[in-house]
Write a protein that binds this ligand. Structure first.
Ligand code: GTP
Ligand code: MG
Length: 194
């Protein structure tokens, strides 16, 4: 994808705040601090279009971005961060569930995992939940720059076994080195435009 323009559209909590579904949409989900916002910035070649932070729980709303006036990318708040206030945590489930269930233009969900961590119960629950809504995620293993190539392969194998998916279904990615950027784009484009 040649990105000619990328812009923040709006933040939303509930459906009447979502933008009109003019374009196909791809959402990015994953544990808090895993690198969702950084991945979107890398895809659109921007350093700070999406706010990133070393403090987990930075993204607390559903944020919509448009690319080339033909696609929406959606940054979802992360799950699984203990220090997020209880009131925020209580709202997270219904907010994300309503979005995933009801957004007709949602073409795919990209689930981002840290390549250094084996997926836990939260990840498995999230995948089961997506499957329930017939939304098979695009699986991305990020922060690949933090491991040697040999360790990356080893982790990819272990994660694929833990999730019972084919290793070829896992895209290794780094926001730092941009490894995997073309692969993520082609999966996103295939989902959005067929
Ligand atoms: P929340 O919005 O809090 O859920 O976090 P997030 O998933 O959006 O993560 P974010 O993109 O804000 O990144 C979290 C931290 O990880 C930041 O300090 C980033 O610089 C760092 N980070 C993200 N991606 C990578 C990567 O591929 N490699 C390295 N080395 N650091 C990364
Ligand atoms: Mg974020």
């Amino acid at each position: 994808m040649i990105v000619k323009s990328a812009a923040f559209i709006t933040s939303a909590v509930k459906p009447d705040q979502y933008p009109e579904d003019l374009y196909p949409e791809v959402a990015f989900a994953g544990r808090s601090n895993v690198g969702k916002s950084s991945l979107i910035n890398t895809l659109v070649n921007r350093k700070r279009l999406v706010k990133t932070s070393s403090t987990p729980g930075r993204t607390q709303l559903i944020n919509f971005f448009s690319v080339n006036d033909s696609l929406f990318l959606v940054d979802l708040p992360g799950y699984g961060y203990a220090k997020v206030p209880a009131a925020v945590k209580r709202k997270w489930g219904p907010m994300i569930e309503t979005y995933l269930k009801g957004r007709d233009s949602l073409a795919a969900v990209v689930l981002i995992l840290d390549i250094r961590r084996l997926p836990g119960i939260e990840e498995q629950n999230f995948i089961d939940w997506l499957n329930l809504y017939r939304r098979t995620p695009i699986l991305v293993l990020t922060k690949a720059d933090k491991l040697s190539k040999i360790k990356r392969q080893k982790q990819a194998r272990a994660i694929s076994a833990a999730l019972s998916v084919d290793e070829s279904a896992l895209i290794q990615f780094s926001a730092k080195t941009r490894l995997g950027k073309p692969a993520v784009w082609s999966a996103v484009e295939r989902a959005a435009f067929g």
